[in-house]
Design a protein around this ligand. Structure first.
Ligand code: DX5
Ligand code: ZN
Length: 240
């Protein structure tokens, strides 16, 4: 059992999502996250069509680049994301995450991002099966499994995505072991443990970091601690 626990132990990266930040104090809060050990900053872009909400644009990415040294990960919850690659690349995005569901020519989109020298990830919604990734996985730097339906922060983690996270992890090990497996939506210390046990290596978190009454640093510390506790993969509980 000890070996099994060790096998799933890896350093988990944290990607605070600014969607839950106080935009009047955005720079300050991002710096707090950076000082508390964030690995990258997750920027949620919504177009009001792919998801029923609108959010941010390239100017925010540009401004963030002036306050943080962390990589800026751009989650494009929009149709036809290629149309905006140049704009976001110029603003300073380090990586793009596009949705499998938002793109008719995903292979071309992936190659375009690579051509711009950007890391590229593909996101799948809760209703989308892991298998759709098979043909593109060898070209990816990251797979994002949505653990809520995209469009809003502060939603509940959808537990039925857990077996899919395990299936994506298996596919990654077989097809592209360097590829990261990231989760997005409803991540708090409890769901972080479950997601990591299922195979995740990167966690996006908005509300549980920027909405914490004790502040960003305390929230990040709790989240980090949760990801470092060994899990019993058979029982889904913390090992004694
Ligand atoms: C949801 C976004 C998420 C969101 C997560 O559509 O893609 O990145 O900010 O927020 P929380 O952590 O509050 O679920
Ligand atoms: Zn996101």
């Amino acid at each position: 059992m000890r070996e099994q626990v060790q096998a799933i132990k890896r350093t988990v990266k944290l990607a605070p999502s600014i969607l839950a930040a106080d935009f009047a104090r955005l720079g300050e809060q991002v710096l707090q996250a950076e000082r508390a050990g964030a690995d990258r900053i997750h920027v949620d872009i919504m177009d009001g069509h792919f998801v029923p909400n609108i959010s941010l644009g390239a100017p925010i990415v540009k401004s963030l680049g002036q306050v943080t040294h962390l990589p800026l990960e751009t989650h494009l919850m929009i149709f036809n994301p290629d149309l905006f690659f140049d704009e976001f690349a110029e603003a300073g995005s380090d990586s793009f995450i596009v949705h499998w569901e938002g793109n008719c020519n995903l292979h071309r989109t992936i190659q375009r991002a690579k051509g711009l020298g950007k890391r590229i990830g593909v996101a799948i919604n809760p209703a989308t099966p892991a298998l759709v990734l098979e043909e593109v996985l060898p070209d990816l730097d990251l797979v994002l499994v949505m653990t809520v339906n995209p469009g809003f922060g502060h939603q509940h983690f959808i537990h039925t995505t857990l077996p899919k996270i395990g299936r994506v992890r298996q596919m990654i090990e077989q097809l592209q072991p360097e590829c990261e497996l990231e989760l997005d939506g409803g991540i708090d210390p409890t769901t972080a443990r479950l997601g990591v046990a299922a195979g995740a290596g990167v966690l996006v978190a908005g509300t549980s970091i920027f909405g914490d009454s004790e502040g960003v640093a305390a929230a990040m510390k709790r989240l980090r601690a949760a990801t470092e506790e060994p899990m019993n993969p058979e029982k889904g509980s913390v090992c004694g």
